[in-house]
Unconditional design. Structure first.
Lengths: 526, 404
């Protein structure tokens, strides 16, 4: 068996697999080394409790780049996404908000809360849609380096200038606000109803240790509006068989193109000789060699763990040290004996959509207050999905799985923390908060899995448990991701590349970084 | 005024947007929800429940029942065993397709045909001199279709018949939720699925029994739009979209033969006689005008046309049925046929079209150009001739359980 390849990808997350698939498709011999027993990184689905499949971490798909779906022919490899397109959000006074599937019905639903907001919603959607459409081409670009004046940087920068100069006054002004304001201030310019601001605003703070009233959170809203499904914007979906099946589909495409993929193969370090990456060493003592080494891990692991710091300039070490990870969310997965009853839910079919625990702006801001100095929210904000309501492969007939993405749960790496107690208390707070709206929930729980940011760091190597490989705030996006001069997927070490969510276009199951990194590698070796 | 199906007491209240269309004189729900998307995904992930009672049904009985069926359909009816179902077309004397449907062999001298275009008189005339009685039993038999990966698990809970053992295009007479019923492993979705035929007095109870178990099997009632999208993916032709009935069109250019519809595989030219056979022989000698094929559109090129207008691409989220020009060249100088129905396929993530092209161009892998109107300007979207069905999961025809 050979131990020399054209390229080695460290980490079998969905971006590492994507990069490997593109490299293999271009005829390169590729080896992927994944530390855990399962492919997908944070995009995995596991049968933790017999018969019940949990989307352990990532739970919806929307930002997966259409060109990746097409070029890797993912539907043939098992990609099958069904829409999760309604949002239901209960309020503390027993009322609720629904964003239904149909725009006509949406107006009726919002009118119940505010006639003004019902009229405003299509205008708001239009503005967001226009901005998303304007900004979207950026998702497919290798970021330029503003500190350098290479021909490519100048060309890309000029293209960007053209993109923005084409915007009308209103879109340009809204975009500027979006890049600077807090998500709640931004939404308050459009909506008077608290629960509308809270529910829409929740997407602005996901994966970020900031509150809805913290400046800079509005931009993340736009990031979520760039989701796309079948050509429709802002459409969210769930993969058949769970998010892990997306990773499996990408892995299958990679294998078909000849990539070799190994699980249970943690890499201990990237071997660097004369400032050039030449291979990797695994924890089990094996060595593999390649002309190109790509890290799908987050920037902290890529720059500060996999290579000896002496191989890198001090300022890079420092800059990555300042990159904000700050995991802010936990995950609770439940196996249910039957569907719970959400008291205020007018139509049980809303259970197939998203359930947002965001009863008011103050509720979310207080949840942030709780966790700001450590610990977790006593009454957390949540995004809840029950994928088994539409996907029979997730749970036995009549039974269900519930996925709760929970904000906030802060990261604490100290050895003094009693992890079992932390998980127990956090899990209880989550279930108590959900049970406020679904009182019979506790009677139907067969099994629960509780994950804190610390668990995510331990299990899948996410630094400080940040689900996006670093916060998605403006100072950490595009040519700042993961740092000035580091955003073109290369590193100061020759032949050592990055392809994880810590690079542009960032976190979520987008496969964008994996594809762009592969393009850069293939273009660079011409 | 269209009439209510025997299931209207159930389907009526469920049809939230009151979106109905006419089907053989009855009201059929286009969609129950305000959007067909969830109904479509239910068929591909869980299962969909369709009211297919408006299907026309003809019973053919008697010593010469087989002979009559064999005279009218293009397939070899003598090969149809009791318990088997055939999909076939039937033609007029000119070899032009009147309709397509399923033919059930219920006994030695007992067949049942399902159809969309009424043919009672035609069948009677075709039976002249034969000992066979034809009767229209359309309103004596109601029917539901349950289609999708979980359809078998759900239906199995309501019957003692072993559905795992029921092969593709086979049927069995049994009891379903206490009523006598005919179950066939057939459907119009290109997926695992069944059709259940019962007395109209029993069909409401059957519907209720299925709906009651629905929550355990991700079932949704589904309308004709979800049916249309799934049949398109499954490469199944639709009357009044991909072809028109020879009985409902006047001119030759509007009619099509089974060869032209890509159904050569079913035409048995070796049997002694069937209506239209002589004309089809002539067509074989002279060549067909068109062949029906699948097209896959180049959406990257299409996106480029939209970008010229500063707009994102609009993909058809529900199937269209139209006559869209297809050309051999991007300049649109050489017209070679028409696209007859098409849609973005959510399961394939491709824009697929059924098209009827001149035979020289209806060759797998050939590049053609289909017209796309954007802001009232005609563009030529490159498309590739591909084989149909576009979507064909193993579970559709497999005996036993196949991983979905």
């Amino acid at each position: 068996m050979t131990n020399t390849y054209d390229a080695i990808v460290v980490g079998g997350g969905h971006n590492g697999l994507t990069c490997a698939a593109y490299l293999a498709r271009a005829g390169r011999s590729v080896l992927v080394l994944e530390k855990t027993h399962i492919l997908g990184g944070a995009a995995v689905t596991e049968e933790i409790f017999p018969g019940f499949k949990y989307n352990v971490y990532s739970y919806v798909v929307s930002l997966l780049r259409p060109e990746v779906i097409r070029e890797l022919e993912l539907p043939r490899h098992g990609l099958q996404i069904h829409p999760v397109d309604s949002v239901w959000s209960p309020t503390e006074d027993g009322d609720y908000l629904v964003f239904p599937t149909d725009p006509a019905q949406e107006r009726d639903e919002l009118k119940r809360l505010s006639l003004r907001d019902a009229e405003m919603m299509p205008r708001f959607t239009d503005v967001m849609y226009k901005m998303a459409h304007a900004v979207k081409p950026i998702l497919g670009l290798v970021p330029p380096d503003p500190s350098r004046q290479g021909w490519r940087d100048i060309r890309t920068a000029r293209g960007l200038g053209k993109l923005f100069s084409g915007l009308d006054k209103q879109t340009f002004s809204e975009l500027t606000k979006l890049m600077t304001m807090s998500v709640d201030d931004f939404l308050a310019e459009y909506f008077e109803t608290d629960v509308i601001r809270a529910t829409v605003g929740l997407s602005g703070i996901i994966g970020t240790m900031l509150g809805v009233r913290s400046p800079g959170t509005a931009y993340v809203l736009l990031h979520h509006y760039m989701g796309e499904l079948d050509g429709a914007y802002t459409a969210w979906g769930a993969q058949k068989g769970g998010t892990g099946a997306v990773s499996e589909a990408i892995a299958s495409a990679a294998r078909e193109h000849g990539a070799e993929i190994r699980v249970d193969s943690p890499v201990s370090q990237v071997i660097v000789k004369n400032g050039k990456a030449v291979g990797v060493a695994t924890e089990s003592g094996e060595e593999f060699y390649a002309r190109t080494v790509v890290s799908g891990c987050d920037p902290n692991v890529t720059f500060r763990k996999l290579v000896d710091p002496s191989e890198l300039p001090d300022e890079v070490i420092a800059s990555i040290g300042n990159f904000k990870f700050r995991g802010s969310s936990g995950k609770v997965n439940l196996a249910l004996d039957r569907l719970p009853t959400f008291t205020a839910m007018p139509d049980p079919s809303l259970m197939s959509g998203s359930i947002s625990i965001s009863p008011s702006v103050e509720y979310i801001e207080r949840a942030y207050d709780d966790a700001k100095y450590g610990g977790f929210s006593q009454r957390p904000a949540m995004e809840v999905e029950l994928p088994s309501t539409v996907d029979p492969t997730m749970a036995p007939p009549g039974k269900h799985v519930l996925s709760a993405f929970v904000q906030y749960m802060s990261y604490d790496g100290s050895d003094a923390v009693d992890r079992d107690a932390e998980r127990r208390d956090f899990g209880n707070a989550v279930i108590d908060a959900l049970a406020e709206f679904a009182p019979d929930l506790k009677d139907v729980i067969l099994h629960k899995q509780v994950l804190t940011p610390w668990d995510m760091e331990q299990k899948i190597g996410l630094t400080e448990g940040n689900i996006f490989h670093g916060e998605l705030t403006l100072d950490q996006l595009f040519f700042f991701r993961p740092g000035i001069g580091l955003a073109d997927y290369r590193t100061p070490i020759r032949n050592y590349y990055q392809c994880g969510s810590g690079t542009h276009p960032g976190g979520g199951v987008t496969a964008g970084p994996g594809r762009l990194a592969a393009m850069q590698i293939l273009g660079g070796s011409k | 005024m269209a009439r209510y199906s025997p299931l209207h007491s159930r389907t009526g209240p469920l049809c939230r947007g009151s979106r109905w269309e006419e089907w053989s004189g009855f009201l059929a729900a286009i969609m129950y929800e305000l959007d067909h998307v969830h109904e479509y995904h239910a068929v591909r992930n869980g299962c969909g429940l369709f009211d297919v009672s408006p299907l026309l049904k003809y019973d053919i009985r008697g010593r010469d029942a087989l002979a009559l069926v064999d005279r009218v359909i293009v397939r070899d009816a003598t090969k149809c065993q009791i318990g088997q179902v055939l999909y076939s077309t039937w033609c007029d004397d000119d070899g032009m397709v009147i309709d397509d449907g399923t033919i059930f062999r219920l006994g030695e001298g007992h067949f049942r045909m399902t159809a969309t275009v009424p043919i009672l008189g035609w069948l009677e005339d075709a039976g002249t001199g034969l000992e066979a009685q034809v009767s229209d039993v359309s309103e004596e038999i109601a029917a539901v279709a349950i289609q999708g990966p979980t359809s078998r698990d759900l239906l199995q809970r309501l019957t003692n018949a072993d559905l795992l053992d029921l092969g593709f295009f086979r049927h069995t007479t049994t009891e379903v939720s206490g009523a006598s019923a005919l179950i066939s492993r057939t459907g119009y979705t290109g997926d695992l699925g069944f059709e259940v035929f019962v007395d109209p007095d029993d069909v409401v109870h059957l519907w209720d029994s299925i709906m009651e178990l629905g929550g355990d099997h991700q079932l949704r009632p589904a309308g004709t739009m979800a049916l249309d999208l799934t049949r398109l993916e499954g490469g199944l032709l639709l009357l009044d979209a991909d072809f028109r009935s020879a009985f409902q069109t006047t001119f030759y250019v509007q009619k099509t033969s089974p060869f032209e519809l890509g159904l050569e595989w079913m035409v048995d030219m070796d049997k002694d006689f069937f209506i239209g056979q002589q004309a089809l022989r002539t067509e074989q000698e002279r060549g067909s005008r068109w062949l029906t094929v699948g097209l896959e559109l180049d959406v990257v090129a299409m996106q480029g046309f939209y970008t010229e207008w500063g707009m994102p691409m609009t993909l058809p989220q529900s199937p269209w049925a139209d006559e869209v020009p297809v050309y051999a060249d991007a300049e649109q100088t050489r017209h070679i046929g028409r696209g007859t129905s098409g849609s973005w396929s959510p399961v394939l993530k491709k824009y697929v079209v059924i098209a009827r092209l001149e035979p020289d161009h209806a060759i797998l892998g050939t590049e053609v150009f289909i017209e796309e109107m954007i802001e009232a300007v005609s563009y030529s979207v490159p498309a590739t001739v591909v084989k149909m069905p576009f979507y064909d999961p193993p579970r559709k025809r497999a005996r036993g359980v196949v991983a979905t």
